[in-house]
Design a protein around this ligand. Sequence first.
Ligand code: FAD
Length: 456
Amino acid sequence: MYDVLIIGAGPGGIYAAYELMKLQPELKVIVFETGHSLEKRRCPIDGVKVKSCINCPVCSIMTGFGGAGAYSDGKYNITNDFGGTLYEYIGREKALDLMHYVDEINMSHGGEGTKIYSTAGTKLKKICMQNQLMLLNAQVRHLGTDINYVVLQNLYNELKDKVEFRFDTRVHHLEKLENGYRAEYEGGYADAEKCIISVGRSGSKWMQTVCRDLDIATKSNRVDLGVRVELPAEIFSSITDELYESKIVYRTKKFEDNIRTFCMNPRGIVVNENTNGIITVNGHSFEDESRKTDNTNFALLVSKHFSEPFNDSNSYGESIARLSNMLGGGVILQRFGDLERGRRSTVKRIQECTVHPTLSATPGDLSLVLPKRILDGIIEMIYALDRIAPGTANDDTLLYGVEVKFYNMSVDLNERLETRYPGLYVIGDGSGVTHSLSHASASGVFVADEIVGKAE
Ligand SMILES: Cc1cc2nc3c(=O)[nH]c(=O)nc-3n(C[C@H](O)[C@H](O)[C@H](O)COP(=O)(O)OP(=O)(O)OC[C@H]3O[C@@H](n4cnc5c(N)ncnc54)[C@H](O)[C@@H]3O)c2cc1C
């Protein structure tokens, strides 16, 4: 019998384990993780022999110690303006305090020396407003993929002798016992008085089965759809030099949809992402000067939410991503000039392009994939950005599609992030409450504090 079972070793699970061990080291805590330990996580795509996703049975990008965050750009956004709705459960001040606390942990585990950026008092805010764009408020700690990895290594080294980690062990069933919970995995089970589920996006389907079996209410969430834009770093330097990552929102004239920038990677690379076998696009950047490229990339996303009669936003996003995979065999790449002229990009046109793509993707036509409303909005926003960063709407700006942000359905939780079963908590992206490193990590600390009775 354990005191606490944690399912999932992404940021949510890791920071919960860290806080439990810090506050009450005598607790018996076990962490189950479908993926590998950190040092065994390796994506086979090397750009030479393996150029695109080969659908490994266990994806090293999305699963393993560090979760989806391990190979991320390590941008910890300290804000209630985006990244999740944790503040709706625990209050704005508490949520921000916990995000700062997570930042302190990161700094004391290898992150010291990394930069923190802030929108407060920037010139960009005014320039955005003057051009019908809105810059959201945030502080951003940029660890970079490399330092993020070091922080995870240090956290693991500190926890490994205090917490029992079971890697390569997927929990396939969760049972409610009279005095706790039983996690069943292939070849065994473990019981504990309390259980924290932190299975992220990759565990979304499993989370649905848990909610169905235990009759926990859920609500459909939104899906974000769009493209990743790649252009010469100089064009965006006035934005990225001051802030590194800025979330800019534009309200389209035609449909009055909100479109926003997401995940900016100054001098970074564009990468494939595999979500349940569907290949979409994402981006990374590195702190290490030698790994920087000449290009900056960021996503332009539109949120879609369905209610009646269709309410499965994720399936809508999946279908569009599948369509791009069907036409392009993976991610599709198009020059902005080709999109505007209503023609596909070809290998020749991409070769002649002055911007060199950092991801090998199939030249094609995104207008055959993305719904008109979304594509029109993206084009409008590119022109709006061109007013604050001239050159954004150049013919050679590259667009990769599709980028999809799937959100888990929202699990019915109280203000302690607890389900209707006492002692059963759901945190991080798997709960539908968070969708970022900082919010997921903060939710882990919060629940650990609840469990040991520290929270006021
Ligand atoms: C490429 C990429 C880049 C990103 N960049 C950023 C960024 O810069 N900034 C930012 O804020 N966010 C970023 N994100 C999002 C961020 O990584 C997530 O919001 C965050 O990791 C969520 O943490 P989590 O612990 O809730 O879930 P996850 O990190 O998804 O971890 C969940 C873990 O649970 C495990 N699991 C699932 N089901 C089971 C099961 N049944 N049994 C056992 N284990 C299970 C999974 O294997 C996984 O390791 C990025 C995501 C990706 C994919």
